[in-house]
Design a protein around this ligand. Structure first.
Ligand code: 9MR
Length: 747
């Protein structure tokens, strides 16, 4: 059910550096909700269960299977911690609950989450099967930030099922207002600028007049100086800002700082080779995302873990996965591949676009004037296959390709040749959870036209790139691509359901024209065959403007087709026009970048930063980079290089979004196994992991609790619970790999 909003947060205009300001005492009529996500709309975070209880979302509520044979009520429980209670304040505690079979008792408490586990209020109703709504008021006898709302379910000889919804604790004081620590007001790329590249920074200030700035070396000596350029109020942050251009300084150095308006920036380097490491780390990310293989400490010190989703308990394994009930009557071996993100799901549409972007990083290196394939060569990524004489980036991408091919419906079954959309757990699992420890049942979801075409596109591209290294694999990939193409033509409108989002993401999309175009383009570029040229040239997508504000993505695949048609050699009639469409798109992104005081090629409609905005920004920059590859015009190169500054620290939050890069960087990305924030025994994400980034819609309860009312760039928080702003994902890291490879090549 939908979240109830009883708190009216007045959001005032932004002062420099501040997020939002909220009146100290909200109007008396407002009641403050102390429970986060009591409505269980899309997740159960931040609720917990005891280990003997399995819980999941079901029909808009949260349901828990309670084992029989426990003694005390608290032997089986679900609840939420970190509730603030204020002595003398009154609260209304309410919830809707049901139990099957009838008459099981729930002990509902508001108490202390830590020893001595005092209870401040409790009731023990016997539940009906149909469910009832319960509502009580009480006054808190204590001040604490370690309160708990709990539902104790133990003490039954027999197992039973408890469902709850609309849990609310209204009253008390407003939750603390979150204000990010944004540090010094001079915002720079905290990693490095290229000596011959653009060098820009943004100053957050109340001043509207030009101000002096100084560039200082590590010893504090001024090595360059100038005056800032006032830019007014920036829509993407709400801040009054000025820009600093220190591009005429071209000497190498480390630990430089920019000083302006009495503030000193975080340190940065000027170094032509600074992006070699980021290119490698962004690609090394994929090995630790692998499913079905042990991750070796010798290759990734600190990241060793057992193979995930092999047929070893408690995993049910991906070796023999059935369909969801009613979808098919066979099982498939779908072991391997990469985990999509912070979840344990594996999705063909997102796996394909991620694989394409890795392969295109390699393909660009083969064709572009500044391409450098050796940097992606054998041994470059320290993976198990290093030393096999195949470029490591191809070995890594093949780990996913082999999985994608396994998702194809076998020849003798209905919908043969199509690809299953996804495979994931039956229910969402909690955090932390190592892949090898996931006990859930895994299921194949229905085939879709989009998954089928994404597989066709990626497998066709693979066929041309792996041919010099493994002809048999190249032939197998091309055959699968042709089969998929034919199956998509036969079933052109089979779409994923938006509602199919329990236990995994929906990745739904109701337009397959761009996927047809992309698959036809890749099949044409590999085979040169007329049939595919005909589909490319006849598609309405071929002449449409396919480069929008939000860039390309798992659901918007026309731009990848256009980029490849523009750069991979072919005899396509009208190829010049295709190339021109890319440079025109790049012109438009450059205009956005020039107008933006933070220098990024991203200005979404209504300033609505989308889910995964960091990858969208990087992909827009990839289009600009491709225009450079096509034309050699330095404005495109500089625009692409400058776009990197945003993700590495030149932004309103003054932080890098790449783990291990920059003085202050994201490190608590939402992940079930890089869950250091929840369990100190687990690691943070590896160096080179990109966070999803600002997302105006803040769909997760944690972000809602901290960021409601946020403006654009501020809609981000580096907390593991914020899955809508701070997840890691294979498609997003692919954009980072693709652009950092380009920037490294410009050094
Ligand atoms: O990246 C996806 C984004 O474009 C969608 O809006 C969002 C909701 O459907 O899902 C995102 O993808 C998530 C996927 O559904 C499940 N694995 C994690 C992905 C990244 O958050």
């Amino acid at each position: 059910m939908k979240r109830r909003r009883t708190t009216l947060l007045a959001v005032a205009a932004l002062a420099a550096g501040a997020l939002v300001s909220v009146p100290a005492h909200p109007a008396a009529a407002d009641e403050i909700e102390q429970v986060e996500n009591g409505s269980f709309d899309t997740s159960s975070a931040p609720w917990w269960t005891t280990a003997n209880v399995t819980a999941g979302l079901s029909g808009g509520q949260w349901c828990a299977d309670v084992p029989g044979g426990t003694v005390n009520r608290w032997d089986a429980a679900v609840g939420q911690n970190d509730i603030t209670l204020v002595k003398g304040e009154s609260y209304r505690f309410s919830f809707t609950a049901s139990g099957v079979p009838a008459d099981h008792v729930v002990r509902a408490i508001v108490g202390l989450s830590v020893s001595p586990y005092d209870t401040y209020y409790e009731v023990s109703p016997a539940l009906s099967v149909a469910g009832d709504t319960y509502s009580y008021t009480f006054t808190s006898p204590v001040d604490t930030k370690q309160g708990q709302v709990g539902f104790q379910l133990g003490g039954s000889a027999d197992p039973w099922r408890f469902c709850v919804d609309d849990v609310s604790l209204l009253g008390g004081v407003p939750p603390e207002v979150y204000e990010p620590d944004t540090g010094p007001r001079v915002r720079v790329n905290q990693v490095a600028y290229l000596p011959a590249g653009p060098k820009n920074a943004t100053l957050v200030t109340e001043s509207t007049e030009p101000l002096p700035w100084q560039l200082q070396n590590a010893g504090g000596t001024t090595v360059a100086e100038g005056r800032t350029v006032p830019r007014g109020v920036d829509a993407s942050s709400g801040q009054n800002v000025q820009t600093i251009d220190f591009g005429s300084y071209r000497k190498r150095g480390s630990d430089l700082t920019l000083v302006a308006d009495g503030e000193t920036s975080r340190p940065f380097d000027i170094d032509p080779r600074a992006y070699d490491g980021l290119r490698a780390d962004a690609l090394k990310y994929y090995y630790t995302q692998r499913s079905g293989i042990e991750i070796l400490d010798s290759l990734r010190p600190g990241y060793a873990r057992a193979a995930g989703h092999t047929d070893v308990a408690p995993n049910q394994g991906d070796g023999n996965v059935p369909c969801q009930p009613g979808v098919c009557d066979y099982s498939l071996d779908v072991t391997g591949g990469w985990y999509d993100a912070g979840d344990h799901g594996k999705y063909v549409v997102n796996g394909s676009i991620a694989t394409w972007e890795l392969l295109s990083t390699y393909e660009r290196a083969l064709h572009a004037r500044t391409g450098h394939p050796a940097a992606l060569g054998d041994g470059s990524l320290t993976i198990p296959e290093s030393g096999n004489k195949v470029p490591d980036v191809l070995d890594e991408a093949r780990w996913e390709l082999e999985f994608l091919l396994k998702m194809q419906v076998p020849a003798d079954e209905p919908l043969a040749g199509m690809a299953h959309h996804k495979i994931h757990d039956e229910q969402w699992t909690g955090l932390p959870l190592l892949p090898s420890q996931d006990p859930q049942k895994r299921e194949l979801h229905p085939p879709t036209t989009q998954a089928t075409l994404n597989l066709a596109a990626t497998a066709a591209q693979a066929a041309r790139l792996y041919k010099p290294y493994d002809r048999a694999f190249a032939a197998r990939a091309l055959k699968a691509a042709r089969t998929a193409w034919a199956a998509a033509l036969a079933h052109p409108e089979v779409y994923a359901s938006a509602a199919d989002a329990t236990g995994g993401g929906a990745y739904n999309d109701t337009d397959a024209r761009d996927e047809f175009y992309w698959a036809a383009a890749e099949l044409y570029l590999t085979t040169g065959e007329q049939e595919f040229a005909g589909h490319v040239l006849g598609s309405p997508v071929h002449t449409a403007d396919v480069f929008g504000d939000l860039g390309f993505d798992w659901a918007r695949t026309a731009a990848p087709a256009r980029l490849d048609l523009a750069t991979v050699p072919s005899r396509l009639p009208g190829r010049d026009k295709v190339r021109k469409s890319v440079t025109e798109a790049a012109d438009s992104y450059l205009a956005t970048l020039d107008a933006h005081p933070y220098g990024l090629p991203y200005a979404p409609a209504d300033n609505t930063y989308d889910w995964g905005s960091n990858a969208q920004i990087l992909n827009n920059a990839v289009v600009v980079a491709t225009a450079y590859d096509i034309t050699g015009r330095s404005a495109y190169r500089d625009g692409a290089v400058q776009s990197m500054d945003y993700v590495l620290g030149r932004n309103a939050l003054n932080q890098s979004y790449v783990t291990g890069y920059g003085e202050v960087a994201s490190r608590n990305q939402h992940s079930r196994w890089y869950a250091h924030e929840l369990d100190p025994a687990l690691p943070n994400p590896p160096r080179g992991t990109l966070a999803g980034g600002a997302n105006s819609s803040i769909q997760d309860p944690y972000a809602q609790g901290k960021l409601t009312g946020c403006v654009g760039q501020f809609c981000y928080i580096d907390d593991i619970q914020s899955w809508s702003t701070n997840e890691t994902a294979i498609n997003w890291n692919a954009a980072l790999a693709r652009l950092s490879a380009f920037v490294a090549d410009q050094g």
